[in-house]
Write a protein that binds this ligand. Sequence first.
Ligand SMILES: Cc1cc2nc3c(=O)[nH]c(=O)nc-3n(C[C@H](O)[C@H](O)[C@H](O)COP(=O)(O)OP(=O)(O)OC[C@H]3O[C@@H](n4cnc5c(N)ncnc54)[C@H](O)[C@@H]3O)c2cc1C
Length: 299
Amino acid sequence: MNLLDRVVAGTVPHLPRRLVGAVSRPYIAGETLDDALAVTRRLNEAGMATTMDLLGEHVSNQGQVDAAVAVYRQALSELARQGLDGNISVKLTHLGLKLDRPRCVQNVRSLVEAAAASKTMVRIDMEDSSTTSDTLEIYRELRETHDNVGVVLQAYLRRSEHDARELARMGARVRVCKGIYREPADIAFQDGDEINRSFLQLVEHLLQQGCHVGIATHDERLVNGAYRILETEGGCVGHYEFQMLLGVTERLRDGIVAAGHPLRVYVPFGAEWHAYSIRRLRENPQIAGHVFRAMFRKR
Ligand SMILES: Cc1cc2nc3c(=O)[nH]c(=O)nc-3n(C[C@H](O)[C@H](O)[C@H](O)COP(=O)(O)OP(=O)(O)OC[C@H]3O[C@@H](n4cnc5c(N)ncnc54)[C@H](O)[C@@H]3O)c2cc1C
C-alpha cells in the first residue's frame, strides 16, 4: 500500500456526500432498479451481460432483509419481462446470514427458484473470511437441488485451493477474483505475485474439471494469463466468462469483448451507494487510490 493510497483512504470518510457521489458515479448504476435495468440494456446492446447487485451488507434487522429480497425478486422478473441478459449477485449478510441463518438460506433458495423461473441464475458473492465457511456450506446445500446458483473463490485465501477441489467435484459455477477485504497473513497471501499465481491456478483447475468459471479481474496480466489457459484448454467454450466491475478499465473490457470472449459486468445499484462507497474505499486503500487517480486523469 503506497503513501497516496493511505492518505486517500484516511480522507475518504470526511469527504462531502456530493464529492463521494461524483467520484463513485461511474462505478454505480444509480439508486433504483430501473437505473440498473437501463445500464443492463445498454451493456447488452454492446454485447455484454450483467449481474445486478443491490448494495447493502451486514444488515441489522429483518425488515432490511425482506426489502432486499423483494427488490431482487422484482429484478429477476423484470430481467425476464424485458428480455435482458442479466442475473443477480447477492451477499449472504445482506440476506440475513448473521441475523437468522435458516431464514437466510430460505431467502436465497427463494431467489434461486425465482431465477430458475426467469431462466437465469443467482451468484453468491464472497464476503470477508468470517463468512467463508458458511457461504460455501450454504452454496453446497443449494447446489444439491439447483444448478442455477454460483459462488465465488478469492485467490488471496490460502484455503481456496482446497475449496476449489471440493467445488470442482460438484461441478460448481465459480467466480474467481483476487478478494477485496483485508485479511491477515496466516489465512491470506499478501504478496501480489502469489495472489496472481493462485488466481490462475484456480482458473486452470476449475476449467480442467469442467466447471463454469467467471474470471473476475481488471488486471491485464491475469487476463493474458487466462487467455493462455483458455487456448490450451481448447474445449472451454461455454464454460467461462470474463467479469468486470461497472466503469472499471473499460478499454481492457472492450478489447476482451472485441476478441470474442463472453463478458459480464457487475452492476451495483441502490440507495446504499454512499455507505458502500465509503466502506469499500476505506477497506481497500488501493481502490481509493485508483479512484483518486482516475478522478485526476479525467480532469
Ligand atoms: C465481477 C467482479 C466480482 C467481484 N466479486 C467479489 C467478491 O464476491 N468478493 C470479493 O472479495 N471481491 C470481489 N471482487 C473484487 C476483487 O476481489 C478485486 O478486489 C478487484 O476486482 C480488484 O482486483 P483486480 O483483479 O481487478 O486487480 P487489481 O490489481 O486490483 O487491479 C488491476 C487494475 O484494475 C484497475 N482497478 C481495479 N479495481 C478498480 C476499481 N474498483 N476502481 C478503479 N480501477 C480499478 C486499476 O487500474 C488496477 O491497476 C469482484 C471483482 C469483480 C471484477
